[in-house]
Design a protein around this ligand. Structure first.
Ligand code: NAD
Ligand code: 6OD
Length: 487
């Protein structure tokens, strides 16, 4: 259960953060922030648009010329480490804000979102020290070497599902590389990023280096259009990625996109079934299924199909959808009314498409208020059903049987997305052979969402452009000059 301290935190009003200070919108306009688990208003959010974005970008541009970019590496690294430390010091408060904003269980906010947000800073504080440049001097004619420079002012635009985890996943490497930034959190979940802004100042980040504008898509669009923004790191829907690419085209910004997915989870007959079922519960329903990596298309080899469906359904019925502040809840509410309606729309569609609900199929009726949906397993849908092809981004999975490796590989790759995939088999040769043919940026074998922050993270096809993590993040957040010295 939530502690007394956490119960006291009821939300907060969110302003913008420009040049080291919280500021309201120029127009004074705000919009309400709703707790999706109670439908109560928990604060107001400053409504930023082009004017606010332009001010924030101007502050970030000015700060580029200041001490930040010139700061010795060790000092900048120490500041990043301190941000991580301060996030951990404020873990209970930040976790509460995250839960009030998203509806996810508080224990999850603490043990996953906020822990990882701190680790993002600790990781990049260390990693930045080891970044290497290149040098070539094979003959006596010249020496060639590269020098990395910050990209410049970078826009960080993020979604609502893992708000602080994803914002810090971009902010930490952006700062490590010496950039200045304008953050644009989701309008649905503004609180932790807004709190993070002042944490960066407390840790020693100079004014103007970190800025934040709250608001809707128009604020993100203004960032994408601003000629002084050198790059946009965006996580969100594929269609929003297209809009950002279009808006950024006239000023040819560098883009890093982490977009949607419809990730396959393939279970071969020789899999360790117990492990596959346990992990599939997580990969289907963790964070209410609102994780871009969730394996929402499950394919099971025919000899074990019935047993797998039965075992997964039985474990799914043990999940407890409930009050996010209650530690015994395994799932909380969907993030917003709008998203709840979208997911419910897909459940209605599944019925029309001829699907069978093995579990769930609608609202969690025992919850009087809030946007709660039962974990839902659907069988009986064909490959062309919209629920099998489109990203639902909720606690909904489909299961289909397959006969051969070739057949399932075709199904796995028959999608415009290419973010991640999971494969379950105890046959090592098959695991490697199959994984190597999957058109996705990330493939997990006999596990799911097991992360090492040095590895490339991102999707192919319409699931993204570029990779984040380790040196891949530095490739995005820096520009390189090659210098040649004639001998
Ligand atoms: P979204 O695309 O609707 O919004 C994301 C952000 O973009 C928000 O801050 C929003 O205000 C802003 N935005 C909206 N319109 C914009 C525009 N025209 N220009 C610039 N910015 C704009 O996404 P969402 O609904 O918040 O998040 C869910 C989506 O995010 C899902 O598709 C999910 O798969 C994806 N996602 C992907 C990853 C990944 O790593 N690939 C991670 C998390 C979420
Ligand atoms: O673990 C990460 O680094 C990451 N970017 C996770 C994204 C999850 C999507 O919802």
């Amino acid at each position: 259960m939530a502690t007394a301290l956490e119960k006291k935190i009821k939300g907060m009003d969110c302003l913008h953060w420009v040049n080291g200070k919280y500021v309201p919108s120029i127009s004074g306009k705000t919009f309400p922030n709703i707790n999706p688990a109670t439908e109560e208003v928990i604060g107001t959010v400053a409504w930023g648009g082009t004017e606010e974005v332009n001010e924030a970008v101007a502050a970030a541009k000015k700060a580029l010329k200041g001490e930040w970019g010139k700061m010795p590496l060790r000092k900048r690294s120490a500041i990043l480490r301190k941000i991580g430390d301060l996030i951990l010091e404020r873990k209970d408060e930040l976790a509460m804000l995250e839960t009030l904003d998203t509806g996810k269980p508080l224990w999850m906010s603490k043990s996953i979102d906020i822990e990882r947000a701190a680790f993002n800073f600790h990781f990049f504080a260390d990693y930045m020290i080891g970044i290497q440049d290149e040098a070539f001097h094979q003959d006596d004619i010249a020496i060639h070497y590269t020098k990395r420079k910050p990209l410049g002012v970078v826009g960080l635009i993020n979604p609502w599902n893992l708000p602080l985890l994803l914002m810090t996943w971009k902010l930490a490497p952006a700062l490590a590389a010496g950039n200045t930034v304008v953050m644009k959190p989701s309008e649905v979940t503004p609180m932790t990023a807004t709190a993070l802004a002042e944490i960066t100042k407390e840790a020693g980040v100079p004014d103007g280096v970190v800025n934040l504008v709250n608001g809707f898509g128009e604020a993100g669009a203004a960032l994408s259009q601003n000629p002084d923004v050198a790059g946009i790191a965006f996580t969100g829907e594929t269609v929003t990625g297209s809009a950002i690419m279009k808006a950024s085209a006239p000023t040819l910004k560098k883009l890093s996109f982490e977009l949607g997915g419809k990730n396959p989870n393939v279970i071969f007959a020789d899999a360790d079934l117990e492990d596959a079922v346990e992990t599939t519960i997580r990969s289907s329903f963790q964070n209410q299924g609102e994780v871009c990596l969730c394996g929402s298309r499950i394919y099971v080899e025919r000899p074990i199909y019935d047993e797998f469906v039965e075992r997964l359904a039985s474990k799914t019925r043990e999940l407890k959808v409930g009050d996010p502040l209650d530690d015994s809840s395994t799932m909380g509410s969907i993030v917003s009314e709008e998203h709840y309606n979208k997911v419910m729309g897909y459940l209605n569609l599944a019925k029309e498409e001829g699907g069978t609900f093995v579990t769930g199929g609608g609202r969690a009726e025992h919850m009087e208020k809030g946007f709660f949906i039962e974990p839902t397993i659907i069988t009986g849908l064909g490959d062309n059903a919209r629920c099998v092809r489109e990203e639902i981004f909720g606690p909904v999975v489909t299961i289909q049987p397959f006969g051969t490796e070739e057949e399932v590989l075709e199904k796995v790759n028959d999608t415009t997305y290419g973010l991640s995939a999971t494969v379950w088999t105890t046959n090592l040769k098959k695991a490697h052979r199959f994984a190597g043919q999957i058109e996705a940026g990330i493939v997990w074998i006999n596990t799911w969402f097991l992360r090492d922050l040095r590895t490339p993270f991102g999707g192919m096809k319409r699931s993204g452009i570029g990779r984040e993590g380790g040196h891949h993040s530095f490739e995005f957040y820096t520009e390189t000059t090659n210098i040649t010295v004639k001998l």
